[in-house]
Ligand binder design. Structure first.
Ligand code: ATP
Length: 734
């Protein structure tokens, strides 16, 4: 960015959802994003003399990168880490017996085969809430007596979950540190249901050598950031557009991995002892630091979990289990079992089971570290322009806290709570078509689908919607139980600071912004003036970045207007409707809106390539004709009668395959249309151009597409129900 650009910057500023510091935090008055919330965490006092659990260290150096520090030293760390892991684990020294029979102990750890827990199926999600009583965490030092379950006598009445005996705790020789105090005081309700944190990485060597500018500025101690985007006017003079974003926390390049942990995961660790499912995931373009950020977190969390088990929850029959798998190309692979292919099934209670996934019962940090290293080394990686060691899969590491129903070891333990860490594949994969083959593009499509589905689920989760669209992708299906009941989600958006990544960075920040922007708490507090400002000032942004208001969507998408602009909408409203339609296209749900360009953005930014003559509005006839053809879904209208009771599994699976393929095709076709048209629309949005007619016709096309897609999704849902019935029949031996 040059000086000229900066001088002109004040004329253009785009503010994205000027949210409050956090509508989910207790301490909303604090101008510091960390506030009391962070103060109470106090992990720095966690250094312990306890011999059982090693004192907390900053493993960021170990995991590659030198702990963040000022960030500069760790640029190559993550990659080095992976390479080191490969060489360490190449010979499988640590786990030469991945198929160790159940219960075989190794260094005090126990490998649990799924078959132990339920016949042939590992019920990852067996949160049997009927059997587990409430598990409050009374103040460790508050001297309160016993916990009395509000539900009357339960199997735990004779053995209170929480011993509040000060003496007992102190005899463990554990420190009276702030962490444990804060843990004991934390209740799930006091921890944000969704927290969105942004982490900026430092410029790397290549970027510095290319003299790329750092375009992200962060006010120290604040929770907002500004992206300085250099743009070109039609006369090719440069100007700067500022985009401001507010999040729950913004972490600059100087923030260490320890601090990232304290800000993100540490507060939710105690909640998993209280039947909460918590998820932490990193989102961002390739090379933005997702893996660097995510890798140290599970280990730190395990340390804290073990501490809690050995202190606050001592002798209460809790166990910690680790599993690690990846989703690659829509398929599941066990990273702790030689990348063995896994099968996901839903049982009769609609609980998702991962057949064959191995879980390790662990009780010390070293073993957990070894498992994490082993999994990381096994993970699918490839090379992208931005990152030589790029993750092409979603890696999911789960820490499950389990407890035997009767507090003894005689029965298989049941899941009490769970913490899932997801290192997502790079968010830009779908657009990364320049030097990629067909397989990479397929990977991209799959990744995009799952990222979109993930966003939808989180938003539904935050707004307490009854319907969570977890079936949108394998990723969200696997995480299904993280989206129902009492859950907590932390999203860490990783951004690259270099000017060359500006577009991706903005996309990542918009994605993060939207994860929360339409949530209950946020909407109610949003300043209407600012919302207006957002829309008005975003005219240089693609249409997709304009968040519509629900009330503006008056027409039924399936009630396709025959006359152009028959509702007499303003240009703005037309845009909103278009945007809404897009999202319906992508989500297939009427109550949803918002279409993120993140997934379907043009391969090249339109403003960079626009030629003067491209401002002409192109005719739509060809596309109209194409989509006027009888929608494919008509063929399947009698789907309720399609499947007879004696359909066998392969027929069902074939059906699923056809449906998924048809659905994907519809979506892809629609995306192509949208991609092209939006580019042209943005370019054509010049004074004097009449867009109403054009938009109306485009709206018609998209409505038809949306109807087709929705129908396919209904069929898919119907199919899923049939498959469930089939599974029930099979499992009951009929
Ligand atoms: N905060 C940071 N401080 C120092 N170095 C960092 C930081 N974040 C990332 N890096 C470095 O940047 C490089 C890319 O990071 P990383 O592999 O984590 O990216 P990624 O987002 O996981 O990419 P992909 O999606 O392609 O896997 C690594 O060499 C890593 O060490």
């Amino acid at each position: 960015m040059n000086a000229v650009g900066r001088q002109r910057s004040s004329t253009s500023s785009t503010v994205h959802h000027q949210r409050q510091y956090s509508d989910h935090f207790l301490d909303t008055s604090s101008s510091n994003s960390n506030g009391k919330w962070l103060q109470s965490a106090g992990l720095q006092h966690f250094q312990s003399s306890n011999a059982t659990v090693p004192a907390l260290q900053d493993y960021s150096g170990y995991f590659g990168g030198g702990g963040g520090g000022n960030g500069g030293g760790g640029v190559q760390g993550s990659r080095m880490f992976r390479n080191i892991q490969r060489s360490i684990n190449g010979g499988n020294e640590l786990f030469s017996e991945p198929l160790t029979p159940p219960n075989q102990r190794r260094n005090g750890e126990e490998l649990i085969n799924s078959s132990e827990l339920s016949p042939g199926i590992l019920d990852l999600h067996s949160l049997d809430t009927e059997l587990l009583p409430e598990m409050p965490v009374p103040g460790l030092y508050d001297g309160s007596s016993h916990y009395h379950s509000g539900r009357g006598r339960s199997f735990d009445d004779s053995e209170p979950y929480i011993s509040t005996n000060k003496q007992t705790n102190r005899t463990r020789g554990l420190p009276d540190n702030n962490l444990l105090k804060s843990f004991s005081a934390d209740k799930p309700s006091s921890v944000a249901k969704i927290k969105v944190v942004v982490r900026k990485r430092p410029l790397n060597k290549k970027e510095v050598s290319r003299q790329e500018e750092d375009i992200i500025s962060i006010e120290p101690g604040s929770n907002y950031l500004t992206v300085h985007e250099t743009k070109l006017k039609v006369d090719l003079t440069e100007y700067e557009e500022k985009h401001e974003f507010v999040f729950d926390a913004v972490l600059s390049e100087g923030v260490s991995n320890d601090e990232v942990y304290r800000e993100t995961v540490e507060p939710i660790v105690p909640t998993i002892f209280q039947r909460t499912k918590a998820t932490c995931f990193a989102y961002g373009q390739t090379g933005s630091g997702k893996t660097y950020t995510m890798q140290p977190l599970p280990l730190k969390a395990s340390q804290d979990i073990l501490r809690l088990m050995q202190h606050t929850y001592r002798n209460q029959g809790f166990y910690l289990f680790v599993s690690f798998f990846e989703i690659y190309g829509g398929k599941l692979y066990d990273l702790l079992n030689e990348r063995r292919k896994l099968c996901m099934r839903e049982d009769g209670k609609q609980q998702v089971c991962i057949v064959g996934l191995q879980e390790y019962k662990v009780s010390n940090v070293d073993t957990i570290r070894e498992l994490i290293e082993k999994g990381n080394a096994t993970r699918s990686t490839g090379t992208t322009g931005a990152n030589e060691e790029s993750s092409r899969s979603h890696a999911i590491l789960q820490l499950a806290v389990k407890r035997s129903a009767d507090g003894s070891e005689s029965k298989p333990p049941r899941v009490v709570g769970k913490l899932s860490f997801i290192d997502l594949a790079g968010s830009e994969r779908g657009a990364d078509t320049t030097d990629n083959d067909k397989q990479t593009r397929m990977e991209g499509a799959e990744i995009n689908k799952s990222l979109l589905a993930l966003k939808e689920c989180i938003r539904a989760l935050d707004s307490d919607q009854g319907h969570i669209p977890f079936r949108g992708s394998k990723l969200t299906e696997v995480l299904r139980d993280s989206f129902v009941g009492d859950s907590r989600t932390v999203m860490i958006s990783c951004v690259s600071p270099n000017s060359g990544s500006c577009e991706h960075t903005l996309n990542t920040l918009r994605y993060a912004d939207r994860v929360k922007s339409l949530s209950k708490g946020t909407t109610s507090k949003k300043d209407p003036l600012l919302s207006t400002l957002n829309i008005r000032e975003s005219t240089t942004l693609p249409l997709s970045s304009i968040a519509p208001t629900v009330s503006s969507i008056e027409n039924n998408i399936y009630d396709v207007p025959n006359e152009h602009n028959r509702f007499g909408w303003s240009k703005q409203t037309e845009r909103e409707t278009l945007s809404h339609s897009m999202d319906r296209v992508s989500s297939g749900r009427e109550d949803d809106f918002d279409f993120s360009e993140e997934f379907y953005k043009p391969e090249k930014p339109s403003w960079k390539n626009s030629k003067q003559d491209s401002f002409r509005i192109p005719p739509l006839e060809d596309k109209t004709r194409k989509t006027d053809a009888q929608p494919k879904w008509k063929e399947h209208q009698d789907f309720d009668n399609d499947l007879s009771a004696d359909d066998d599994l392969s027929a069902l699976l074939k059906e699923e395959d056809d449906l998924v393929n048809a659905h994907r095709k519809e979506v892809e076709e629609t995306i192509d249309i949208v991609r092209e048209e939006m580019k042209l629309l943005v370019e054509a949005d010049q004074p004097g151009n009449q867009l109403d007619d054009y938009i109306s016709r485009l709206n018609t096309i998209l409505s038809q597409k949306a109807a087709g897609i929705l129908h396919l999704q209904n069929r898919l849902a119907h199919f899923q129900r049939r498959l469930n019935e089939h599974n029930v029949l099979v499992s009951s031996g009929q």
